[in-house]
Design a protein around this ligand. Structure first.
Ligand SMILES: *[C@@H]1O[C@H](CO)[C@@H](O)[C@H](O)[C@H]1NC(C)=O
Ligand SMILES: *[C@@H]1O[C@H](CO)[C@@H](O)[C@H](O)[C@H]1NC(C)=O
Ligand SMILES: *[C@@H]1O[C@H](CO)[C@@H](O)[C@H](O)[C@H]1NC(C)=O
Ligand SMILES: *[C@@H]1O[C@H](CO)[C@@H](O)[C@H](O)[C@H]1NC(C)=O
Ligand SMILES: *[C@@H]1O[C@H](CO)[C@@H](O)[C@H](O)[C@H]1NC(C)=O
Ligand SMILES: *[C@@H]1O[C@H](CO)[C@@H](O)[C@H](O)[C@H]1NC(C)=O
Ligand SMILES: *[C@@H]1O[C@H](CO)[C@@H](O)[C@H](O)[C@H]1NC(C)=O
Ligand SMILES: *[C@@H]1O[C@H](CO)[C@@H](O)[C@H](O)[C@H]1NC(C)=O
Length: 299
């Protein structure tokens, strides 16, 4: 007996940053992925959506396909564990993406809030995985629901957070968060505070008077900055870092609680380089060092 019941992608209504592009890979209704054939590629092959394995687990997410080691930039339902067996299948239908399990033990259903029918999906070359309706309008996109990372062209809107992962090999919810607050300040806190107050903050951009709807933006040239709702640069966190257009970037709140901007050359067998860190002191993130304790940085 097989059971179909898991919707992976919670739906949120937010502005659309990206229109349908001609030539993007088109994933049609009825398409499936299995752990053995594992992903849908973007046109350029830079990004993949699908099953990935880390430690003993199977997860569903998006990663840089051309970069080694595998760099995960988004995870669906990061705190839901999938069985690592092969008896699992991912299926695209008008209702979105569902996971079909042969054995439903150990999982609780999650209901998505996709209110319109999906006509097709696409893994875009920007790293954004999107659902379109029959009018080719984007009705859901992974860029609106980031986990611990944003990519060039992606924005973190007011009221949204990035939350660190447990480790580089476990993308479940970790211990730290970056909040784009509605007062305009970009702040780092321990995650899961009962009461979020300034006293727990361990880093901020000091832009708390910038007002509503300030967003964090990362450009294709590596510039990281805050824009207010009328499009003014409230703060440049980094300048453009490479003059030529042959690098990719990602901004990640790492499992140690430090926010880092990474770049990777497209033309070489490189590793990620750190272009910016919110701190150089691994003991800055609160919660790593208790009262009367000496600091023991994780990792
Ligand atoms: C993708 O598929 C839909 C539905 O079949 C079609 O309407 C649309 O034109 C296709 N888009 C591209 C870019 O091929
Ligand atoms: C992958 O697994 C599915 C389900 O077990 C099977 O139907 C399919 O043929 C397999 N594909 C490949 C390429 O092995
Ligand atoms: C989905 O919709 C239901 C009913 O409208 C609501 O209670 C729930 O909070 C929504 N879930 C998400 C993730 O938005
Ligand atoms: C911020 O955005 C919300 C929702 O889009 C809107 O209702 C509000 O008027 C905006 N505020 C400003 C100051 O632009
Ligand atoms: C955005 O910033 C500019 C320059 O500081 C300011 O003139 C403008 O009023 C701000 N917009 C909002 C909506 O606060
Ligand atoms: C921030 O960067 C933008 C774009 O490079 C530039 O136009 C602006 O003058 C910079 N603002 C500050 C305060 O440096
Ligand atoms: C960007 O470059 C300008 C000009 O060199 C410099 O004044 C500014 O401090 C830099 N900003 C950042 C965020 O590094
Ligand atoms: C890049 O790394 C891959 C895998 O290690 C290797 O096969 C390839 O030859 C390398 N290419 C260059 C240009 O070093």
């Amino acid at each position: 007996m097989s059971a179909t019941f898991l919707f992976l992608l919670p739906f949120t209504i937010f502005s659309i940053f990206e229109a349908a592009q001609p030539g993007t890979s088109n994933i049609s209704l009825g398409s499936s992925l299995y752990p053995n054939n594992s992903h849908w590629l973007s046109n350029s092959g830079q990004f993949a959506f699908g099953f990935y394995r880390e430690s003993n687990n199977l997860a569903i997410g998006i990663w840089f396909k051309k970069i080694q080691p595998q760099t995960i930039i988004w995870t669906a339902n990061r705190d839901v564990k999938l069985p690592s067996s092969e008896d699992v299948k991912l299926h695209l239908s008008g209702e979105g993406i569902s996971v079909i399990l042969q054995d439903k033990q150990g999982l609780s259903p999650l209901i998505s809030n996709i209110t319109e029918s999906v006509a097709w999906a696409s893994m875009l070359d920007s790293g954004n995985f999107v659902f379109y309706n029959s009018n080719a309008k984007i009705i859901w996109q992974s860029f609106d629901a980031p986990t611990d990372t944003i990519l060039s062209g992606q924005r973190l809107l007011a009221g949204r957070n990035l939350v660190s992962s447990i480790s580089t090999t476990n993308h479940a919810t970790g211990r730290f968060q970056l909040s784009m607050q509605r007062d305009g300040n970009l702040v780092q806190y321990p995650a899961n505070l009962l009461l979020v107050t300034a006293q727990y903050a361990y880093w901020n951009t000091e832009t708390f008077t910038a007002g509503d709807n300030v967003s964090l933006n990362l450009d294709h040239n590596g510039q990281l900055y805050l824009l207010n709702s009328t499009g003014f640069y409230i703060k440049n966190i980094t300048n453009q870092t490479h003059l030529s257009d042959n690098h990719v970037y990602r901004l990640t709140i790492d499992s140690d609680g430090i926010l880092r901007l990474y770049s990777h050359s497209l033309t070489q067998n490189d590793s990620w380089s750190i272009e910016y860190s919110s701190s150089s002191n691994k003991c800055d993130p609160l919660g790593l060092c208790g009262l009367n304790a000496y600091c023991v940085p994780i990792e």
